[in-house]
Design a protein around this ligand. Sequence first.
Ligand code: FES
Length: 111
Amino acid sequence: MEYKVCKSDELPNNSIKVITVRDSKILVCRSNNQLFAFDNSCPHRGASLSKSEIKETKIVCYMHDFEYDLNSGKLIHIPSKWNEQNPNWTKSDNLLLFQLSEKNGEIFLHI
Ligand code: FES
């Protein structure tokens, strides 16, 4: 299925949008002049990633600072301040990514 997200100029570089598709909140952003879309819920403990900082092609969750790569979705860094935590607590899946396309001045999400 293809869902219209917005017009291209409504999502300039370094901006985000959260949209709801099939009862799921999906974060769509343009960063480093690339488009990304992923589940707004952090795979670690479910914090809203829309409150987090996007650094070019990475996102750092505001809750515990876990860092995910936006191209692969992979968890790439857990801060050393959590080294003493139970390993079960630091477990996290990777980010759930979605595909986007941009055509004729509009952005579409593909699920
Ligand atoms: S909830 Fe996102 S890093 Fe813990």
